[in-house]
Design a protein around this ligand. Sequence first.
Ligand code: HEC
Ligand code: HEC
Ligand code: HEC
Ligand code: HEC
Length: 263
Amino acid sequence: MRGVKMHRNLSQLVAVSAILALSLGGVANAGIELTKHNMSSGGINSTIKSVTGGTGTDEICIFCHTPHMNVTKGDVLPLWNHRLSSGVASYTMYKSATFNGADNYGTLQSVAMGAPSDPANLVAGNMSVTNLCLSCHDGTQAVNAMFNTPNRLNADPIMQGGSGSGSAYIPTSSNAYLGTDLQNDHPVNFTYAVSRSISDETLRMEGVGIVQYAGETVRLFNGTVQCASCHNPHADYVTNTEFTPFLRVTIVGSKLCLTCHDK
Ligand code: HEC
Ligand code: HEC
Ligand code: HEC
Ligand code: HEC
C-alpha cells in the first residue's frame, strides 16, 4: 500500500496512473487511495476521514474489508468488515408502471430489500451487494463501525468531517447520502434475466455474471443488478474523471447505460 508515502509521491503517482490509463484504454484503474473511499488518516479527497495519530488509522481497506472476519461470514461477501445498517427494516424500492424487475409482472412493480444486521444473513436469495453500499450510504450507520478493528488500535478509529455522533456519518447534505428511500434511484436488487425476458424494451444479452457491449463490461451479482453493477468502489476516478463517481464503465456518451440498455 502506497498510502503513507502518498503526499510525497503524489505527482509521480498521478503521472504513472495517467500512463497506465492510456495503455489500458477504457478500463477504470483501481486506485482507491486518491478517492473519497480512502477514509484513512492519509485520505486526501475524503471529507470524512480518520484523525491522524494514536486514535486514528492509516489503513484504507479496513473500513470495508478485513483479512479475518470475527463473525460468521455469508458466502457472497468479500471479507466484509463494515457493520450493516441493522436499524433499517426495509428500504422503499423503485417502482414504475413499466419496470419489469419484479418476478410478479403485471402490477406496479417494486423489489423489496431487507437490511440484515449480520453478514451471515447476506446469503443468496436475501443477498445484496447493495446492502454493503447502503451500510454507509443510507446515513444510518457510522462509516467507522467495524466488525474487526485494526490490531494496532483495538478500537474503531476516531473520525472527523462527518455528521452525527463521532462526526462519522454521511451527512444528509452530502450528495453521497441516499437515505432509505430508494424510489428515486436506478432500480437495484432484481434479476436482470427476468427483466430482459419480459421487457418489451431492449436489454442486452447477459453472459455469466456480466453484460457486455462495445468492449465494455458491467457486472451482475448472482444474476442481479446491484449498485456495484455500475459502480466500482475502488475506481480511481480522480485520475480518470470519465469514471466519476466510482463508475465501472465510462459515462462519456452514456456508454455505461448503453452497455445494458439497447436504446
Ligand atoms: C468503501 C468500501 C471499500 C473499501 C474501502 C475497499 N473496498 Fe474492496 N470491495 C468493496 C465492495 C462493496 C466490494 C464488493 C463489490 C465489488 O466486487 O465491486 C469489494 C470487493 C473487493 C474484492 C473482491 C471483488 C473484486 O472486485 O475484486 C477485493 C479483492 C477487494 N474488494 C479488495 C480491496 C482492497 C485490497 C482494498 C484496500 C486497498 C479495498 N478493497 C477497499 C468495498 C470497498
Ligand atoms: C447493469 C445493467 C444496467 C445498466 C448499466 C444500466 N441499467 Fe438501467 N436498467 C437495467 C435493467 C435490467 C432495468 C429494468 C428494466 C425493466 O425491467 O423494465 C433498468 C431500468 C432502468 C430504467 C427504468 C425503466 C422503467 O421502466 O421504469 C431507466 C430509466 C434506466 N434503467 C436508465 C438507465 C440509465 C440512464 C443508465 C446509465 C446511467 C442505466 N439505466 C444503466 C439495467 C441497467
Ligand atoms: C465504509 C463506508 C462506505 C461504504 C461501505 C461505501 N461507501 Fe461510498 N462513500 C463513502 C463516503 C464517506 C463517501 C464520501 C461522502 C462525502 O464526501 O460526503 C462516499 C462517496 C461515494 C460516492 C460519491 C463520490 C463523489 O465523488 O461524490 C459514490 C458514487 C459512492 N460512494 C458509491 C459507493 C458504492 C456503489 C458502494 C458499494 C459498492 C459504496 N460507495 C460503499 C463511504 C462508503
Ligand atoms: C444503473 C447504474 C447505477 C446503479 C445501479 C447505481 N448507480 Fe449510483 N450512479 C450512477 C451514475 C451513472 C452516477 C453519476 C451520474 C452522473 O454524473 O451523470 C451515479 C451517482 C451516484 C452517487 C453520487 C451522487 C449523485 O446523485 O450523483 C452516489 C452516492 C451513488 N451513485 C451511489 C449509488 C448506490 C449506493 C447505489 C445502490 C443503491 C447506486 N449508486 C446504484 C449509476 C448507478
